[in-house]
Design a protein around this ligand. Structure first.
Ligand code: PBG
Length: 329
């Protein structure tokens, strides 16, 4: 008899539920994605991500202060350049949008931990994550590696605390590790988008960054979402190449892989609740079809329960507030 009622006894009061809670969430595990754009005095709302904006560097104070006030310690920085070309030259220019934003934020808000997204799709005129072969217009993996490594180095030289390659070229973690080590940045960590699926959940991001591929898709380098063992293989390869943190992306539909990769490796795990997840919640909430606050808490808690140590979310600022108010964690 006793065996049967014990679980209910442990759920019998709010206090006790919190005391025996298995998943604890801390604000320092949250990362807020931030878009910076070329130009002056700009703050543009992203249509498909209501409540999220692109800021020019001179307007970035507003959001940096909001992030810090909320108690979030880290941002993931994306650049939206005015000029795009075939080889994504603004990605690795020392005067590129991300490099300038990093220098500005680092100088004014040294307490903010800056992770920079390393990819070429926001910078190439064709919108692919690397440069193209002249022959058949497929992405040239090895040529892209050189430019990605150069991009990562320029971010770190500008002051980035960590780099996060999201391009999915083979060998990029190793290439970035090498260039950083060769340039006195052996202590700068790499968070690898190791398990990144070719996903329709990135739709709103591509609108935000103007980075939808002009032709074809990303299935040649991003992963097929039917595959589980391939995800594990990708994760282990990145560990071998020197990744310090592994990411599974998107989050919500892929939490099985967060758990699995977590159990098979011994480095911290991140998961990215991507733009499509945010957009769906916002749209449903705007119609009063769901309770936004409760859904956001549930999504975050399930990511941590699955094994995430870090959670990247457009809701990071709100989540920090919910944690403070004891609504989650
Ligand atoms: C760049 C990149 C993308 C996202 C993060 N880095 C887009 C893509 O791969 O198409 C998506 C993030 C989001 O949807 O919130 N490659």
């Amino acid at each position: 008899m006793d065996m049967l009622i014990r679980p209910r006894r442990l759920r019998s009061s709010e206090n006790l539920r919190k005391m025996v809670r298995e998943t604890r969430i801390d604000r320092s595990s949250l990362i807020y994605p931030l878009f910076v754009m070329d130009g002056k005095d700009k703050k543009e709302e992203i249509t498909s991500l209501p409540g999220q904006y692109r800021f020019s560097v001179d307007r970035v104070d507003e959001i940096a202060l909001k992030v810090l006030d909320a108690g979030v310690k880290s941002i993931l920085l994306f650049g939206i350049p005015e000029h795009k070309d075939e080889v994504g030259s603004e990605a690795y220019s020392d005067e590129g949008i991300v490099q300038r934003a990093i220098r500005y934020i680092k100088e004014k808000y040294p307490e903010l931990y800056i992770i920079s997204d390393v990819c070429m799709c926001e910078y190439t005129s064709h919108g692919h994550c690397g440069v193209l072969c002249s022959k058949d217009h497929s992405v040239d993996n090895d040529e892209s590696l050189k430019l990605l490594a150069k991009t990562a180095l320029s971010h770190v030289n500008a002051g980035a605390d960590m780099v996060a390659p999201s391009d999915m070229m083979d060998g990029r973690v190793g290439a970035i590790r090498k260039i950083l080590d060769d340039n006195d940045h052996s202590m700068t960590p790499i968070m690898s988008y190791a398990v990144k699926f070719a996903s329709a959940f990135y739709g709103p991001f591509r609108e935000a960054a103007g980075s939808a591929p002009a032709f074809g898709d990303r299935k040649g380098y991003q992963m097929d979402y039917h595959n589980r063992r391939e995800a594990i293989k990708e994760a282990l390869l990145d560990v071998n190449e020197g990744a310090d943190i592994l990411m599974v992306k998107p989050a919500m539909s892929y939490l099985d892989l967060v758990r699995e990769v977590k159990d098979l490796t011994d480095i911290p795990m991140a998961t990215y609740s991507v733009s499509g997840e945010y957009a769906m919640v916002k749209a449903a909430a705007a119609n009063n079809w769901i309770d936004e606050e409760r859904v956001v808490c549930e999504m975050a808690a399930s990511a941590f329960r699955a094994g995430a140590d870090l959670y990247i979310s457009y809701y990071a600022i709100e989540l920090a507030k919910y944690i403070r108010e004891g609504k989650i964690g």
